[in-house]
Design a binder for this molecule. Structure first.
Ligand code: UDX
Length: 432
């Protein structure tokens, strides 16, 4: 099938590349000329595991192309995906200016029937607004479909190629059957394509992400409570998670959720509730607890050093909001670094992928190390912010040799308590 994808951020690029992988002819559109030129020359603009292989293969096969022209994009695809940003507005709602701007242009350019697919995460009722913005400028027939993505950064390619479910919302049978045809190759294992109305599809995305954020936040509170009563959250987690109604996943406590999705989506659903006279009390708490959780280790670090980090060197392992990504949006590491700098610490960080992004943001406020052990040189303490696999089984002898004192604050509970206490002089983690 012929598909166009408007917007080549994480979602658009993964969508376009993975749709080309099953033989579709995909044209990706972006207004950023430099980025489009790079992609035309085979450069993947983001880090996402396995994307580079698929990207190269499909460009070579001429199934994946790039342009800056929306007009060309609209001419090419029978299905037009909108994968545009919906950043957080000042009041917490999702800003729809990019989506509605493109919808407006589509109305001016459309010449024959198209399925316009909303892939971006948008509040309930957006597809109606998209329809209105397009039809304002045209009488040509089109349908709007809500098709939220559930891609995890770091696993996005796999999630796209083998989704647990695909949600498609539309009131048009014609559009639904076109979408089912497009997605058939991805659900050969028998996973469902769930069809519904647009509003329910739009809400499904917010409900799923907000539920997961709530699940993590609940565990973070249980972890904090474990510390008060002397319980071990690892034991509690396993004891709870083996109940299949609860499930083992997304029960890992830490220094809070981050990223481009959870923080923004929880706030947007909360705001959407307000706009519709519904007070999501639970989401209010999730937002509040998570923002505290991001710096939960700070009082401990401060008190360990008598509230004065001047002249102290703190090593930081992990900057990305989670492993397998270079994404630092809403990353707890940045909040912790900010607080430690305020107390006068000097910081040397290491992250396998995210250092360039942090360097762009923080400049020379902190130093960066070439590898995880160099970051520890003369350090008074190590703070772990991201659970990259490489940090899970370090050479403790080498660590002790580098550090001034072997003190670890672990925001991701990477080590077995008994083992680590034999290796270092001080260890503090979350909820145990
Ligand atoms: C999420 C959703 O999972 C995905 O379906 C959606 O479409 C986009 O948002 P992503 O933001 O890539 O994906 O990250 P995810 O792996 O879901 O983790 C989100 C945050 O929760 C991270 O900050 C992670 O560290 C944190 N987390 C996750 C925990 O703190 N504990 C857990 O047990 C799981």
């Amino acid at each position: 099938m012929k598909v166009s994808v408007i917007g080549t951020g994480y979602v658009g690029l993964v969508t376009g590349t993975c749709l080309a992988e099953t033989g579709n002819e995909v044209l990706c559109v972006d207004i950023d000329e430099v980025k489009v030129e790079k992609m035309q020359n085979g450069v993947v603009p983001i880090y996402e595991p396995h994307l580079d292989v698929l990207f190269e293969r499909n460009i070579k096969a001429k199934r994946l192309k790039f342009t800056t022209s929306l007009e060309e994009g609209l001419e090419h695809g029978e299905i037009i995906f909108l994968a545009l940003p919906t950043p957080e507005d000042e009041d917490g709602s999702a800003d729809l200016k990019y989506i509605l701007g493109v919808a407006d242009d589509i109305g001016k350019l459309i010449k024959d029937y198209k399925v316009i697919v909303d892939k971006s995460t948008v509040p309930v009722g957006t597809s109606e607004k998209v329809k209105a913005a397009i039809s304002k400028n045209t009488d040509v027939e089109f349908d709007v479909v809500s098709n939220p993505e559930f891609l995890r950064e770091g696993f996005a390619v796999d999630d796209f190629l083998k989704p647990e479910r695909i949600v498609v919302g539309s009131d048009s049978k014609k559009a639904l059957s076109i979408m089912e045809k497009l997605y058939k190759p991805y659900v050969r294992s028998g996973n469902p394509i769930i069809t519904m109305d647009e509003k329910s599809a739009e809400l499904t995305k917010y409900a799923a992400n907000s539920f997961l954020a709530t699940k993590i936040t609940f565990m973070n509170e249980i972890a904090n409570f474990c510390e008060k009563v002397g319980a071990d959250v690892d034991k509690v987690r396993i004891g709870m998670g083996t109940d299949s109604r609860i499930g083992k996943r997304f029960l890992f406590p830490g220094i809070g959720y981050g990223g481009s999705c959870f923080p923004k989506d929880v706030k947007a659903l909360h705001k959407s509730g307000k706009d519709n006279n519904y007070d999501f009390k639970i989401l209010d708490s999730v937002i509040e607890v998570n923002s505290k959780q991001k710096t939960i280790l700070m009082p401990r670090i401060a008190s360990y050093f008598n509230n004065d980090l001047r002249g102290k060197k703190i090593a930081v392992w992990g900057l990305a909001f989670k492993p397998e990504t270079d994404d630092i949006r809403e990353a707890p590491s940045l909040y912790m670094i900010d607080e430690m700098l305020k107390l006068g610490a000097s910081i040397t960080a290491f992250d396998p992928e995210a250092m360039p992004n942090v360097q762009r943001k923080l400049g020379s406020k902190i130093s960066f190390a070439n590898d995880m052990y160099s970051a520890l040189e003369d350090a008074d303490a190590l703070l772990i912010c991201t659970e990259w696999s490489i940090f899970r089984t370090p050479n403790f002898e080498k660590m002790r040799g580098k550090m001034k004192s072997s003190v670890i604050f672990d925001g991701r509970n990477l080590y077995d308590l008994e083992e680590i206490n034999n290796e270092v002089q001080f260890y503090s983690s979350i909820g145990r």
